[in-house]
Design a protein around this ligand. Structure first.
Ligand SMILES: [Mg+2]
Length: 274
């Protein structure tokens, strides 16, 4: 524990204990996959435009601040929750909202168009999976698996997309059938439920759980059961850099450790487990 950590690994928690961890829960987008990079820059303007069509006197800049705030706060939950909030904001401004699902479909259409070259690139081998993942992901998953930890994937993106993209990135074998994503019946899924299932299925306690994520929700959920969290402040464009904005937010919800990527995953896992 007194070993000097490489400079890309920032230990935030002063009470971090080495532990015999048994299970790990991963977020997907921004934590493993970069296929959907840019989703936020699509969702926010879409919502600003919809809200500006109500009777509001707010400027686009004011709307952008409002939208960015709730979008970020809900990141990690299923996308539908961001759309439900949009509907509430429309109603507050005297507008007549459509169903949240319709806005979600509108967003998916825009995003699918944005990422279609990446999907095609992976399918045609013009891009390699490692081009579209956080640096070092495969080594990290390999390391955790070879230590006997059971890996779970829990994402707020529709489960069918998560499964398809995990397959394209070649990470399905690490998770097998333990891949969970958003459901049409959205009440039947949450990351908190996935975590409860992990604890029950393996009869482990929260302290034996590790969580990796770049958003609020997964960090809060893993902390809530007493687990240890690695906040992934990934810069999804300049992959070698630390995203300072994510770092600050992840620390504010209690991330124990911050990393920008997994280049030094060996030292990180050894720090946590050995
Ligand atoms: Mg994420």
């Amino acid at each position: 524990m007194l070993k000097k950590l490489p400079k890309t690994i920032e230990q935030v928690s002063t009470t971090l204990k080495q532990n015999a961890y048994r299970s790990v829960v991963f977020d997907f987008d921004g934590t493993i996959s970069l296929i959907r990079q840019g989703w936020r820059e699509i969702m926010i303007p879409m919502m600003v435009e919809i809200l500006s069509e109500t009777k509001t006197a707010e400027t686009d800049t004011e709307l952008e601040t409002l939208v960015a705030d709730y979008v970020d706060h809900l990141t990690g939950k299923q996308t539908i929750y961001q759309m439900i909030q949009l509907c509430e904001e429309i109603a507050k401004r005297g507008g007549k909202a459509k169903e949240p699902l319709e806005y979600k479909q509108q967003f998916n259409t825009l995003l699918n168009n944005h990422i279609k070259n990446r999907i095609q690139g992976l399918e045609s081998d013009a891009l390699t999976a490692d081009d579209l993942m956080v640096i070092g992901t495969r080594n990290l998953l390999e390391n955790l698996q070879s230590r006997g930890l059971v890996l779970y994937l829990a994402s707020g993106t529709d489960e069918a997309f998560v499964r398809q993209e995990a397959e394209l990135l070649g990470v399905t074998p690490y998770f097998e059938d333990r891949i969970f994503g958003a459901q049409e019946q959205y009440q039947s899924f949450s990351k908190a439920q996935v975590i409860q299932n992990i604890l029950k299925t393996h009869a482990i306690n929260g302290a034996e759980l590790l969580g990796f994520g770049d958003g609020y929700v997964e960090i809060e959920n893993v902390k809530a059961v007493g687990g240890t969290t690695i906040g992934v402040a990934s810069d999804e464009v300049n992959r070698e850099q630390l995203n300072l904005w994510k770092r600050e937010r992840l620390i504010s919800v209690g991330a124990d450790i911050i990393v920008p990527h997994y280049t030094e995953q060996e030292a990180l896992i050894s720090h946590l487990c050995d």
